[in-house]
Design a protein around this ligand. Structure first.
Ligand SMILES: NC(=O)c1ccc[n+]([C@@H]2O[C@H](COP(=O)([O-])OP(=O)(O)OC[C@H]3O[C@@H](n4cnc5c(N)ncnc54)[C@H](O)[C@@H]3O)[C@@H](O)[C@H]2O)c1
Length: 396
């Protein structure tokens, strides 16, 4: 050791600096498991001499609905594979199920360079992501999202997570996949409630950065849901392509420059300030997107009260949330839940609330001074607005 380093080590210790380049492909594809498609084979990593092997974890419902064609595809291409079918839900998105995956990986004897493949909704993708991040300190994996939430959100970022001790996504890591393969045909079997659930995250993107996306949703949301994004009519096809392209592109644009979330004021956190507390307290009644919709409604009302959103835009936004089949409030929203939710948000965002508030439609600002009383006033206003709507409908 040189005299200089020696001296430094004695006085202060060392600093290690290393950089990690992240690169992954997010591929829009149709018919991923059509026999002629090679996207799955070519985008999921290296092929060793003995042909292609794949360890695939799949959501049980997806297996029941799509497993036959996935197996036929794998057989057609002579892939040697293990399908691990898991019954997953928000309640068992836990460490226990991650260890089930890890045990199966050991039994299979996955090669260091073979990617794990995850096929399912956000819950399965998040859980496989955690397993892949932990296994041998980090194993490659490919995401194939099968829900709308997966397609435009959970499937395309770097985050993984599982629930722990009653907290949502309390354990997890930033462990991006090597590829995300987005195939809308999976949505053909998704029920309306889960489509609406995904629409909540798309609406979030529209409100924080993309007014054109908001207009697309306002015009085409019922058609998109009716056609399940399958483009059964030319108008439906155009709308589905445009909405997915805007939503995925917008999300990646937001994520790419802050993949490790060093910047804690994140526009994409809109809808995710009080929603984790609402979702966890109302489990299993509320879906993630439904809790996000309530959170968005509360903060849109606050933004309107602060003069950041006009009453007309507030009403358009709330009407669209309702049109999408999403809730704008919940009986569990009380002072104590909101107090806890705010405190948890401050803890999560490095000691400051950094609450994204919409500014008109398509932009946000950040504030730290929202109090539980202001939140309660917004909830009260939402309940009154809901009551007026119900009265109008009743008086018809
Ligand atoms: N990592 C991230 O960045 C990120 C982002 C957003 C959400 N998430 C997580 O994603 C989860 C929500 O994901 P989700 O809404 O996809 O829920 P989910 O994974 O529970 O799927 C919803 C339901 O649809 C079923 N399903 C899946 N694909 C289907 C298909 N093609 N046809 C019919 N049914 C199908 C599932 O079995 C499940 O019952 C939450 O846990 C949330 O925390 C993670």
């Amino acid at each position: 050791m040189s005299g200089h380093l020696d001296e430094l080590a004695r006085s202060k210790g060392w600093t290690v600096t290393a950089e990690k380049t992240v690169r992954y492909d997010v591929i829009l594809t149709g018919g991923l498991f059509d026999p002629e498609s090679r996207v799955f084979l070519e985008s999921s990593g290296t092929h060793t001499g003995g042909g292609i092997r794949r360890f695939i974890v799949i959501d049980r419902t997806v297996d029941e609905l799509h497993g036959a064609r996935i197996r036929a595809y794998l057989d057609h291409h002579e892939v040697r594979y293990k399908l691990l079918t898991l019954e997953v839900s928000e309640q068992n998105k836990t460490l226990e199920l991650v260890s089930v995956i890890v045990r199966a990986l050991d039994e299979y004897g996955i090669d260091r360079h073979e990617p794990i493949v995850a096929i399912g909704g956000g819950v399965l993708l998040d859980m496989v992501g955690v397993a892949a991040g932990l296994y041998r300190r980090g194993t490659r994996y490919v995401r194939v999202p099968t829900t709308l939430v997966g397609l435009i959100d959970a499937g395309i970022g770097a985050k993984t997570g599982i629930n722990h001790d009653g907290y949502k996504n309390r354990l997890g890591a930033y462990h991006p996949p090597v590829a995300a393969l987005l195939d809308r045909t999976f949505l053909a079997t998704l029920d309306e409630r889960h489509l609406a659930n995904g629409m909540a995250e798309i609406l979030k993107m529209a409100l924080i950065r993309d007014r054109d996306l908001f207009d697309l949703l306002a015009e085409h949301a019922p058609l998109l849901v009716a056609e399940r994004f399958q483009g059964r009519t030319p108008a439906g096809d155009r709308a589905a392509c445009e909405v997915v392209r805007h939503a995925v592109g917008g999300m990646l644009d937001e994520l790419a420059h802050n993949l490790w979330e060093h910047t804690l004021a994140r526009p994409v956190d809109f809808g995710h300030s009080i929603s984790p507390a609402i979702e966890m307290s109302a489990l299993p009644e509320l879906l993630h997107g439904e809790a996000v919709a309530i959170d968005m409604a509360v903060f849109v009302v606050i933004a309107c009260r602060r003069g950041l959103v006009s009453p007309e835009d507030r009403d358009r936004i709330l009407a669209l949330i309702v049109d999408l089949g999403l809730p704008v409030e919940h009986p569990r929203l009380d002072r104590s839940l909101l107090r806890g939710a705010l405190a948890e948000t401050v803890r999560h965002r490095g000691g400051m609330a950094r609450l994204p508030l919409p500014v008109g439609i398509g932009s946000v600002c950040f504030v730290d001074d929202v109090t539980e009383s202001e939140l309660m006033l917004a909830v009260k206003e939402l309940r009154e607005l809901g009551g007026e709507d119900a009265e109008r409908a009743g008086g018809g």
